[in-house]
Structures are given as C-alpha cells and as structure tokens.
Design a protein around this ligand. Sequence first.
Ligand SMILES: [Zn+2]
Length: 598
Amino acid sequence: MENILICLAWPYANGDLHVGHIAGCYLPADIFARYQRLIGNRVVVVSGSDSHGTPIVVRADKEGKTPREVFEHFHSRFVETQLKLGISYDLFTHTDTENHHDISQQMFRQLLKNEYLYQEKQKQLYSEREGKFLPDRLVEGTCPICGYDNARGDQCDNCGNLLEATQLINPRSRNHPEDKLIVRESDQYMWDLPALSAPIGQYLSDKSGLWREGVLNFARNFASELAPRAFTRDLTWGIPIPVANSEGKCIYVWWEALLGYLSATVEWAKITGQPDAWKEFWYTDSGVENPVKIYNFIGKDNILFHTVLWQGILLGMRELGQPWDGNGAAAKTDAVRFNLPYDVPANQYLNLGGQKFSKSLGVSVEAIDLVEKYGSDPLRFYLSSILPETKDADWNWADFAQRNNSELLAKWGNLVQRTLSQIWKNFDGAIPQPGELTDADTALLAKAEAAFDTIGVKLNTVKLRDALGEVIELATATNQYLDQQAPWKTIKAGDEGKARAGTQLYVAAKVIDSLSVLFSPFIPDLCEAVRKQLGYAGPLFGRQYVETIQETTRQHDALRYDASSATGTWGPSELAPGQKLGGEPRGLVNRIELTPEK
Ligand SMILES: [Zn+2]
C-alpha cells in the first residue's frame, strides 16, 4: 500500500470553471485518484479556491462588491460544479480560512528565520490616477523574451516565462491603458531563490523517465538561472505579512496559493479528527511505514510554479514552524523535513476552435451548463478521450455528440442493455449457470482479466487517454463476441441451445462486470448504475458531500469525500451464477442530438 496525496491546481475564484479547466487538471486528477483508491492505496485529494488573486479584486471593484463576496460566490459555484462532475475531493476548501492564514504566516516566518527572505527597495509601477501600486496582473505590455504584445505583469501566456511588471516593454494599465505609469520604489521582502539552486537542481536531477519530458525540460531550464523574486506586495486583500511595520503589504498571492496544498492537508487532518495525519504525507520522518507519493495535477501555464518554485518554498521552510514573534530570536533550522512532489503530470491546453478559452472574448463552454444538461458521464467520457496530455486538444461539439452516441452509448450502454435484458427475460433475472466453456469464451474472459494489468500500468503512469482507449477496445471485443455468438439465436435450439445461450450470456455478463470497474475511474456515475443492474448492493466508490466547516470566527463550505461505503476493488469479475439482477434493465445512456445553437 502506498500513501498518495493528490494536489490539484487552485482555481481563481473570479469566474466559472470551463471545460478547459476540467480537462487540464480536475478530471485527470480524479481519474487517477479513483484508480488509486480501487487498488487499495491510501488516497487524499486536496485543493480549494484561490480567493486572493488580483482578478477577484478587479471584479469586485467593477461590481461594487467586496472581494470576499466575489470569491465566496465563485467558491460555492466551484463546489457545486465539481460535486456534479464527481471530482472526489477529500477536501476542497479555500485560501481565506483561518487555518490557511495561520500556515501562510508560518511559511513567511520560517523563510525569514532561515534567511531566505531579505528586505529591499523594489521598483514597481505606480498609477497616479488610482493612487496605488498596480498589481502585476493589472499591468500588460510586450514580453521582453518573445515579443508577445499582451503579456501580463507576472507571466507571459505565450512563452510561459515568469516576468516582473517592470520588465515589460511599454507597460500599460489594464484598466486605463492610456495612463502614463511611473516607476516608484517600495519596501518589499525578496526571496533569495538563487540560494536554493543546489537543492532544487538536485531534486530535478532524478526525474528523467518519470516526468513528462516537456515538463522536465522546461523546469530544468528555468532552474538553471534562478533570480531573486518579490515575496510580498502592496495589497490589502490577501494574507498580511506577520512582522511589525508592514501595514498594507501582503504575501504575494502565488506563494500562499501554492502553500494551500500543505495547509489543505493540515485542515483535512484537523476535521477528520487526526490532527497530525498531514505529517504522514508531508514529513519524511513521520514514521509512516509505506511509501509516500505527492502528485500535482496542473495545466501547462503553471509548470514553473509547481516544478521549481513550490519546491523552493518547501526546501526553504524546512518544516512548519511554531508561532514566532518575528523578533529574530528563533534559531535557523537546517534539516529539510518535507517530502517534495513525486510527479507533476502537467497537461497542455484544451482549446475551443483553436483559440484559448476566454470568457471575455466569448470563447467558453461552462462545465456547469454541460453537466446540468447531459449529466456527468457524457462530459467526463468525451474529455477523457481528448485529454491534452502531450499536445493541445480542441473541444468540438460534433465530436462530443459523436463519441457519446457511437462509443459511450453504442459500445458500452447498449452492450449492458442487450446482455442484461436477455438474462432478465430468459433466465429469471439471474446470472445463468455456465456449461463447458469454448475457446471463444475463455479467450474473452482471459482478455478481460489481463486488461486490469495493462490498463492499470497506464493509469498508474498517468497515461489516461491510452488507458481509456484500451477499455473501449475490450468493450468492442465483447460486442464482437456477442455478435458472433448471437445468444438470441442459440436460445431457440431447444434445451441444449438454451444452456449454451446461458453460457454465452454468463461470459458477457462477467466481462461487463469487469468493464464496470475498468470504466469506473472515467465514468463513475454510469458504472455505479451498471453495478446496481448487475445486482450489487454496495457502491464502488464512497460518498461526496458538502460540509460546512466552522472556525473560530468564520465558516466555509467544503467539498468532501467519505470512503467508508466504498466496496470497489481493481480486479477481474467475481460475479457468481445465480446472482439476481437489480431489477428490469433499462437504458442508461441517452443519445445526444445537438440543436443548431448546441
Ligand atoms: Zn513571452
């Protein structure tokens, strides 16, 4: 058994989740998590809403609301969307909790104490009209590296490089592009990232063959020339710097958002009544017996943050600190106690008609609309089959309907329906007793058995698209078997014919039973329904629910997962003859007919 901690990128709570977000990280992480649970590993899945980004402040200003009102609205939308999509979090929280504030301030103190933070006057862009320093995301200009005209003050979306707003050529305010920006100095804490070059390089040195090649090359290239980075910003909406005389300054949002992986694990441990359990995932010296693997599922625009900078924070902090008054009395610590991420399976982009998703440009397909209209299965199935694992992929409405109708419905839904309805009609609604097995029978059963190993290897190495392809192949083979054997004809040939038809349907039902497990990480709702039709009482997976968590002065809703009712295991069917079906079989997959405007 392994201890698997799955960390999903924290969505900015300033707009709904679109299908690009889902394909980029939320669905792949959930497929992986469900597989890990089925093979019996101890799995914890964490993420939450990033409540402190500048885009939230911008939206709040525009709508005349407070940033908290804006992020709370989208946080509850994220919870609802992901609940409906079946993204099975042990904890989906947010960054405006007391717990996260406390641990973020511990992070700051640890880095300060270990001498990775120092004060410096920093040049920042100041808007006279707005009377404030402009947050990086509110500055746009030409990328000094690739020449892209719409680079943001923190990052260029075209080449992926991280930037400082003052590096931009012709920087302009996003809200008032005509304004002249002036450069002013401001006292900030700087992060001495170059001092962590050696351990970061060491960490990246043994990831060949394990990480996706593009991810590793990008990370190594960036890690070879690390520069100091600002750790704080002039902001009021965020996590205040926990040292004296720092009014109006907060921890830079990116650093505390990354820390969310750790603080969410701490919160999960607290609310499950085992306050030290987070150490079993995060500390190398926790004494936990089995191996620990931390996975970060992200989109490609976040690679540098999750392959280099987050590691830098963990290496610099060494451990979570005790409350400290900031007077410098605490002693430096040398030994790093943290486990660093094992794998960062970053995806490329899912685009729409070749364009990046952009709500402001009207290029978007909201996940919640689709899941409400079609249910989770068609959306999860389609996105699983086009996941942008190695290159960009494209959302295509016709392809969405086509894959639903010709694969999910024709190859899987109909296979279940036509097999179980014959058992219902001709064998008193119970799995028939098989006679002697023919070569064709044993060949199909052997293929289904072997699939658990080959597909398991693909899922375990996060080759999810290939894994789904192989499950579909087994469903195709089962349909071919049924077409060739034609039990609906065999059954007409007297008692002997009926006995043979019983064997054929027994074989098909066994493979359907196996397929209901093999398909389940991808389309859990549909597979649970198939299991019920097969007559199983217990579900494959546990229960998802929304929990309101009360802290000292505030409360928040979180998405949770309770594994206690789960009975699924990753292995070939043990379906026994005589098992009663769970009622008259009915079709489980609907055809999708697209209307002209979708
Ligand atoms: Zn660029």
